[in-house]
Design a binder for this molecule. Structure first.
Ligand SMILES: *Cc1c(COP(=O)(O)O)cnc(C)c1O
Length: 409
């Protein structure tokens, strides 16, 4: 799996070309991917890598899952776009399938995760004014520190990450930020103006932080007591990743709305949605919210195929079983270069001993060994391989991590 001299030159050229023509709002690892199948990608020089990032969980079902590709190709040959000015024959099936998967009544299809979050914010505010009776312009939404909900100006207004937020003001008002996992702080922040609590059931970008047991049921209870909507951002945690359809399922919590994205598009097209009951989404009337591409025929065809995969329960079961195996292996490295391991299902946040190397350096060394992973915040790495990965491949990836950790900085 070692790249030759010629390949390195080719790689350097490809990296330079990309840097020449794009704003530097990303700092990608020096890997130029050309093809992929399942859990494996191949770069322009023919080197193969196990994909342990899976497009931040947009690729939960692997690269080019046959059922999803078939759904997309079939739809490409029939109809790709109508706009919501007209109905199309893929729309109702997708919305019904997704609503049933969520155990909810209505769907608002959008494209990106940030748009699903924006939809949640808008609907919660409208619900607050029309149903709860909050005085006009006063609505507040409580969010958690170290959240990641997307990149729009409103969403970064309540980010606590300087890189994501600084110099993008003036910021959208109406948000209160509390410590994640702290029920007392949440109770304190809710008042008569509060329309929603918006949370990730597991904080992904923050480093796969799992809140203390009882926190999420506690959030549900508080929201019920204070007549506040619980908006669950399951864009990264949902759709199989944690070993259940939703991360909230592990604590038997039903939110007032699911915000979904990433894997909903099967790694093929951007598909997102807000899913909730009529008592919440019923506040939207024609013309009050929408998207040109939201719920388009291609998105619906792929989204329906994703729902179909999840209906079998098989991806969730794989994530659960392989996740147990992965976490067991990773735990054995704690004290041997790893400081801590967190997560659920096929999703792990691992803190490397910062004295050994940065997370970035670890990812570079892993890539040299054929494993793609992504660092976050200093010395934390995220592992989130596609749910189609095999146990032996996971073992091999952990072996590579072990070898990397034995390097000296
Ligand atoms: C990725 C992500 C988003 C934003 O999704 P985009 O499709 O990038 O807009 C929102 N919330 C969470 C939890 C995410 O992981």
């Amino acid at each position: 799996m070692t790249a030759g001299q010629g390949d390195d030159g080719q790689l350097a050229d490809a990296v330079a070309a990309a840097e020449r023509w794009t704003a530097h709002n990303y700092h990608p690892l020096p890997v130029v991917v050309a093809e992929a199948t399942g859990a494996w990608v191949t770069d322009v020089s023919g080197r193969r890598y196990l994909d342990c990032l899976a497009g931040y969980s947009a690729l939960n079902f692997g690269h080019r899952h046959p059922a999803l590709i078939t759904a997309a190709q079939t739809q490409l040959d029939r109809l790709t776009l109508t706009s919501r000015a007209f109905l199309h024959d893929q729309f109702a099936d997708f919305c019904r399938g997704l609503a049933e998967l969520c155990g909810m009544e209505l769907v608002v299809p959008m494209n990106t995760g940030a748009e699903a979050v924006e939809t949640g914010i808008k609907v919660a505010r409208k619900w607050g004014y029309q149903v709860k009776g909050v005085p006009e312009g006063q609505a507040t939404i409580v969010v958690a520190e170290n959240n990641f909900h997307g990149r729009t100006t409103t969403i970064v207004s309540f980010s606590t990450d300087k890189d994501a937020r600084d110099d993008y003001g003036p910021y959208t008002p109406g948000f209160r930020i509390v410590r994640y996992g702290d029920l007392a702080a949440l109770a304190e922040a809710i008042d008569d103006t509060t329309v929603a609590v918006l949370l990730e059931p597991i904080q992904g970008e923050a480093g796969v932080l799992v809140p203390p047991p009882g926190y999420l049921p506690g959030v549900r209870r508080l929201c019920d007591e204070r007549n506040v909507l619980f908006l669950a951002d399951e864009i990264q945690s949902g759709l199989g990743r944690t070993g259940a359809t939703f991360a909230l399922d592990h604590e038997a919590v039903r939110p007032d709305a699911y915000l979904l994205g990433k894997a909903l598009g099967g790694g093929i097209v951007p598909v997102s949605a807000m899913v909730a009951d009529r008592s919440v989404l019923g506040v939207l009337r024609p013309g009050e919210h929408g998207s040109t591409f939201g719920g388009n025929p291609l998105a619906c065809a792929v989204g329906s195929a994703v729902v179909e995969l999840l209906r079998s329960g098989e991806p969730q079961a794989r994530a659960r079983e392989l996740g147990d195996h992965l976490h067991q292996r990773l735990q054995s490295l704690v004290g041997h270069g790893l400081v801590a391991v967190r997560g659920r299902g096929l999703w792990a946040g691992i803190d490397i001993d910062p004295g050994r190397m940065s997370g970035r350096r670890a990812c570079e060394l892993l890539a040299e060994r054929g494993v793609l992973a992504k660092d976050t915040h200093g010395s934390t790495l995220r592992l989130a391989p596609p749910l189609v990965v095999e146990a032996a491949e996971l073992d091999w990836a952990v072996d590579q991590l072990q070898a990397v950790l034995s390097h000296r900085a």
